[in-house]
Design a protein around this ligand. Structure first.
Ligand code: AMP
Ligand code: MG
Length: 342
C-alpha cells in the first residue's frame, strides 16, 4: 500500500492504479471513498472482498462531469417530468453530496448495482476526487473506505487503520469537509423518496422539486433490519457502528440519564450537557463530549464520525448519545446515530 499526500504526481499514479483494476482510497467532501473503475467487474468485486461488504449492497458510481451520465445511465427510460426534475437537481446540487438513482445502462455491470436495473450516481464536490475520476475512466465506483458496518472514515488515517494494506493507494487530502455520506434520492418511481438521509438536507431538495414524504425519528428507530424487501438494499439498520454499545436518547431522556463509571456521554449541544451536569457528578476522567457547543447541525455532522472514532478507542462500557434536532443535516446525524445504536 502506498500512502500519498495529494499531488499531481500522486493523482496520476492513483488514476493508473484504477485503470489497471486496482483500488484507491480517496477524499471526497462526504467521507473517504474506496474507489474502483466502475466499468471493470473484477475491480468492483475487489471492493466487496476488501470491505467484506455483502453483495446485495449496491455501490455509488462517482463521475466528474455531467456529460458522463450518458456513459453510465439510460436516461431514455425516464419520463419527461422525471427528466426535468433530474436536470434541475443536477444543475442546482451537483457537484455535491447527493446520489441519484437512475436507470443503468449495459456498461455498468450488475455487481455494481447488486443486480438492480438502476444505479446510484454522484458528482462529488472535491477537487482531488474530481481530478482522480477525470484522469481515470471517468466513472469510479466508491463506497466508504471502511470495513463493512464500521464507522465511516473522515480522514486518510482512518482508512489506513481500517483497511491498511488491502488498498493499493491511499490519497491523503485532509479532513472530509462534510463528514457524513451523501443523501441517496430516488426520483425514478411515482413517489420521490430519500432512501438515505445525508449531506444534502431534505429542505434543499424540496426547494427545487417540491415536497417529499417525511420520515419521523420514530419511523427511523423502527426501520426493520431486513436486507431484502427494501428499495435500498444496503440500508441495514445496524451500520456505522462503534464497538462500544451505544444508546440514543432525546434531550428530555439524556438529561435524566444517571452517570456511572465507564459511561461516556455524547451531547448534541453544550446547553443540554450543562443541564445534565447540574444533577450529575461524573468522575474527572469521564468522557463527556459535545458535537456542537452552540448546537449547529452542520458542525455536529462534521464532527460525528470523527468523535465516534475517538470514542471507539476509549475504554468505556457504554455510550449515551443525544439525538439532533430533526432538521437540515440533523436528519442524517440521527439516522447514523440510530444505526450505530443497533
Ligand atoms: P455507500 O455505503 O455510501 O456506498 O452507500 C451506498 C448506498 O446507496 C447503498 O447502501 C444503498 O442503500 C444505496 N444505493 C446504491 N445504489 C442503489 C440503487 N440502485 N437503488 C437503491 N439504493 C441504492
Ligand atoms: Mg458506507
Amino acid at each position: 500500500m502506498k500512502y500519498l499526500a495529494v499531488s499531481t504526481e500522486a493523482l496520476k499514479q492513483a488514476a493508473d492504479v484504477l485503470c489497471n483494476g486496482g483500488l484507491v482510497a480517496f477524499p471526497t467532501e462526504t467521507v473517504y471513498g474506496l474507489g474502483a473503475d466502475a466499468f471493470n467487474p473484477q475491480a468492483l468485486a475487489k471492493i466487496f472482498e476488501v470491505k467484506k461488504r455483502p453483495h446485495f449492497d449496491p455501490l455509488i458510481v462517482h463521475i466528474a462531469a455531467v456529460e458522463t451520465l450518458e456513459d453510465v445511465t439510460n436516461l431514455s427510460l425516464l419520463n419527461t417530468e422525471t427528466k426535468e426534475k433530474l436536470f434541475l437537481l443536477v444543475e442546482k446540487l451537483w457537484p455535491g453530496p447527493l446520489s441519484l438513482i437512475l436507470p443503468k445502462n449495459d456498461k455498468i455491470h450488475g455487481i455494481a448495482t447488486a443486480g438492480l436495473s438502476t444505479v446510484a450516481i454522484r458528482f462529488p464536490d472535491n477537487e482531488c476526487a474530481q481530478k482522480l475520476i477525470s484522469l481515470s475512466t471517468g466513472a469510479v465506483a466508491a463506497p466508504s473506505a471502511n470495513p463493512f458496518g464500521a464507522i465511516s472514515p473522515t480522514k486518510a488515517e482512518h482508512v489506513r487503520d481500517g483497511l491498511g494494506d488491502k488498498v493499493d493507494i491511499i490519497l491523503d487530502g485532509g479532513c472530509a469537509r462534510i463528514g457524513l455520506e451523501s443523501t441517496v434520492l430516488d426520483i425514478t418511481g411515482d413517489n420521490i423518496k430519500i432512501l438515505r438521509p445525508g449531506g444534502t438536507p431534505k429542505e434543499a431538495i424540496e426547494d427545487i422539486i417540491g415536497s417529499i414524504n417525511d420520515n419521523t425519528i420514530e419511523d427511523s428507530i423502527f426501520i426493520e433490519n431486513t436486507a431484502c424487501g427494501l428499495t435500498s438494499p444496503g440500508l441495514l439498520k445496524s451500520h456505522y457502528a462503534p464497538r462500544t454499545p451505544l444508546t440514543v436518547q432525546k434531550h428530555d431522556d439524556i438529561i435524566n440519564q444517571p452517570y456511572k463509571s465507564g459511561f461516556a456521554f455524547l451531547f448534541f449541544d453544550g446547553f443540554t450537557r450543562d443541564i445534565w451536569l447540574k444533577t450529575q457528578k461524573p468522575a474527572d476522567s469521564a468522557i463527556i463530549m459535545v458535537l456542537s457547543e452552540t448546537g449547529q447541525v452542520q458542525e455536529a455532522a462534521f464532527r460525528l464520525f470523527e468523535t465516534l472514532h475517538v470514542l471507539d478507542n476509549e475504554k468505556i462500557t457504554h455510550i449515551f448519545a443525544q439525538l439532533a434536532p430533526q432538521n437540515g443535516l440533523g436528519e442524517a446525524i440521527n439516522d447514523r446515530l440510530i444505526r450505530a445504536s443497533s
